[in-house]
Write a protein that binds this ligand. Structure first.
Ligand SMILES: *Cc1c(COP(=O)(O)O)cnc(C)c1O
Length: 357
């Protein structure tokens, strides 16, 4: 017997990457930014009038949305904010896709999408990536009630151009096209400005990755006024005060300090190129990434075996035991020194195997 509802009994929740309790690990497994948040964020939190925590926060997060709207060149009414983009995605799926069929999602992508589909009674249709892990937008020209794409794609890091995404939006005027841009700042071009032109586009962004604020939990949806008002209807049916005072206040400081996050993004992109070059020398194939992670496969050795060896050597990366992914590892780009250690341990792994022969 179970006290749970049927729906809960059948749920298969998302499993996030490990957050180890013990220290001493190099964490290259959850795509966190290795650099600290802007000093302006830290200063603002330190100077905050904490007595005000007695009061509820602004239910509309108006100042924060204003700052983000300005940053994107849009209006307040185009911006929705939630507790991390996971919550924003959850509300978007409820608002636009609940109880619908034929929602098109790539077969390899952020695995949270399938969890929301189960939770909100959505029947998704998985569209396979090409053999080379790219998305073929022509495959989405079929009957559908919505399209969800992470750009750059989760797990692969592969990016679709703004032109390609615009084609998709134009071809599907009766469907919501949801573009999850969690990693867009690491080399891609956002489609957020297109919300002025199309009423069927929803763009999801987050401060967790580029702005180095995964611990703050702030994410956004960007869309035309009507779409955002639908999301607010759902939000206000669940929690009218989702963003706490500390987050509302400090997120603003991060967004305004573009100079700082551009700087850390540049460093990460540079380290990404160096890491790919070094991995290639060791016999790895790397997918072409425009994110703060890379997906790599060795031409000789099993990914699971390498994953366990790295773990034993205190380096955490992500391994997925799933078709088409089980030959690869997803590695977050850390600081140059972290990546040097990674390469050292991989060299050790390969040397040990070669000697056994
Ligand atoms: C990390 C990630 C998110 C979630 O980020 P939040 O921390 O909840 O803002 C959303 N989508 C993708 C594709 C991600 O990789």
């Amino acid at each position: 017997m179970s006290f749970f509802s049927q729906k809960v009994n059948n749920l298969k929740p998302y499993i996030p990457g490990e957050q180890p309790k013990n220290k001493g690990y190099i964490k290259l497994n959850t795509n966190e930014n290795p650099y600290p948040p802007s000093r302006k964020v830290i200063k603002a939190i330190k100077n905050m009038d904490l007595k005000k925590l007695r009061l509820y926060p602004d239910p509309e997060s108006e100042q924060l949305r204003e700052v983000y709207a300005k940053y994107l060149g849009l209006n307040l009414e185009n911006i929705f904010v939630g507790n991390g983009s996971d919550e924003v995605l959850s509300i978007a799926f409820q608002t636009f896709f609940a109880d619908k069929i034929d929602i098109l999602i790539p077969d390899i992508t952020y695995s949270f999408y399938n969890v929301y589909c189960d939770l909100y009674n959505i029947k998704q249709k998985e569209i396979p990536l090409r053999q080379d892990y790219t998305i073929n937008i022509e495959d989405y020209n079929i009957k559908n009630n919505g399209i969800v794409i992470a750009n750059p794609n989760a797990l692969t890091g592969i990016y679709l151009s703004k032109k390609d995404i615009e084609k998709l939006i134009k071809k599907n005027p009766k469907s919501i096209v949801l573009i999850d841009e969690a990693y867009i700042a690491f080399g891609g071009e956002s489609v957020s400005s297109l919300v002025k032109k199309y009423n069927n586009l929803i763009v999801i962004q987050t401060l967790s990755k580029a702005n180095s604020l995964a611990g703050l939990r702030v994410g956004f949806a960007i869309g035309n006024k009507d779409l955002i008002s639908g999301m607010n209807k759902v939000k206000n049916s669940i929690n009218s005060y989702p963003i706490d005072r500390i987050s509302q206040m400090s997120a603003k400081e991060s967004i305004k300090d573009k100079k700082y996050f551009d700087k850390i993004i540049n460093k990460i992109c540079k380290t990404r190129i160096e890491t790919i070059n070094n991995l290639k020398k060791l016999g790895f194939n790397c997918l072409d990434s425009k994110a703060n992670f890379i997906f790599v496969m060795h031409n000789k050795y099993k990914a699971e075996d390498i994953f366990l060896f790295l773990r034993k050597n205190k380096i955490l990366v992500r391994y997925f035991k799933k078709p088409r992914l089980e030959n690869g590892l997803r590695i977050t780009i850390g600081k140059p020194n972290d990546m040097k250690k990674l390469i050292k341990v991989l060299e050790k792994y390969i040397n040990e195997r070669e000697q056994k022969k």
